[in-house]
Design a protein around this ligand. Structure first.
Ligand code: FUB
Length: 310
């Protein structure tokens, strides 16, 4: 029985949640539908497109192929399509993506979360290495007051800048927010008025990969490393990292989407996308995530339900 067929029989997502090699998932809830934006995990020169996935319940996922194709993004160098981030503002969808292993971060726009996305600028949104941060792994965070921020950075440096209302330019300077041990994959979650900044550490192609976090009172930090939230489990999977988190509406339940390498495999691109619960301790700290094979329970959120990025 295929993984897809097995999932269809069960009221749980199962892990991995989708078939195929994918990594760096960013999970959203738009109008009651879950949307997943991952990297196609394959050799850099073959990474020329992005796929998205949608689900009404976290169990059955529909693939939306080629929501952005580097054939339509000439400055991309047509390789290394990595780690996208999607944000909605005023009914339009903004898709931030890495191109060319340092060629730049781009932004593309669509009227639907399924795309097709069109490159907005005809050039990188970020083409330099501010404070030494490689322009990869963008994450767009929209605060409760409507202000939008773009976090990004590889090569062990993280930066953030405020996005202008057009979502395709910046207001002010890039600020170096690099926490201890930071490598790549930044993500921001706001809970209880506090800013939980998260990132990946180690080497994504080995067992050293993991994810950690810090808490601050401002989206600009300062971010002091508070602990590890996701790491290998020799009984479940290795090289777990590069995650995103959504808060489900009506409660304080959080789901973490991340990639990991199935046990017994060693090719760096053999990465699969998984979902598990992320729990907070009473003092507001994040409990280490327990990776599972079952994943999370089926959820249906009414179309009024709006989660992260909604
Ligand atoms: O998937 C390509 C790269 O691997 C990402 O940009 C990194 O964060 C790492 O997950």
């Amino acid at each position: 029985m295929t993984a897809t067929a097995q999932r269809a029989r069960l009221p749980v997502s199962g892990n991995p949640i989708i078939d195929g090699w994918y990594a760096d998932p960013e999970l959203h809830l738009f109008d009651g539908c879950f949307w997943l934006y991952p990297t196609c995990s394959k050799p850099f020169d073959e990474q020329t497109t992005f796929d998205a996935f949608s689900s009404p319940d976290l169990v059955i996922w529909t693939r939306h192929p080629r929501i952005l194709d580097f054939a339509d993004v000439p400055w991309s160098t047509n390789r290394a399509a990595w780690a996208p981030s999607c944000a909605r503002r005023d009914g339009r969808y903004y898709f931030y993506f890495s191109a060319g292993d340092g060629a730049g971060l781009g932004v593309a726009i669509a009227d639907s979360p399924a795309g097709p996305f069109a490159d907005a600028l005809g050039k990188p949104l970020v083409g330099q290495y501010p404070h030494g941060a490689q322009p990869i792994d963008a994450h767009c965070f929209i605060d409760d007051d409507g202000e939008a921020y773009l976090y990004f950075g590889g090569h062990r440096r993280a930066v953030v800048a405020r996005l202008a209302a057009d979502m395709t330019s910046f207001v002010g300077d890039f600020i170096d927010i690099t926490p201890e041990n930071y490598v790549e994959g930044p993500f921001m979650l706001k809970r209880g008025g506090r800013y939980y900044f998260m990132w990946s550490e180690g080497n994504w192609s080995t067992d050293t990969y993991c994810a950690a976090y810090a808490i601050a009172d401002s989206p600009f930090g300062p971010f002091v490393r508070a602990g590890t939230i996701l790491r290998n489990d020799p009984l479940i999977a290795s090289a777990a990292g590069h995650h995103s988190v959504i808060a489900l509406p009506d409660g304080d339940e959080h789901l973490i989407a991340y990639h990991r390498r199935p046990l017994g495999l060693s090719d760096e691109n053999q990465r699969v996308v998984c979902l598990d619960r992320m729990l907070f301790n009473d003092d507001g700290s994040i409990a280490p995530v327990r990776m599972t094979n079952a994943g999370v329970g089926s959820r249906r959120i009414g179309s009024a339900g709006r989660g992260a990025g909604g």
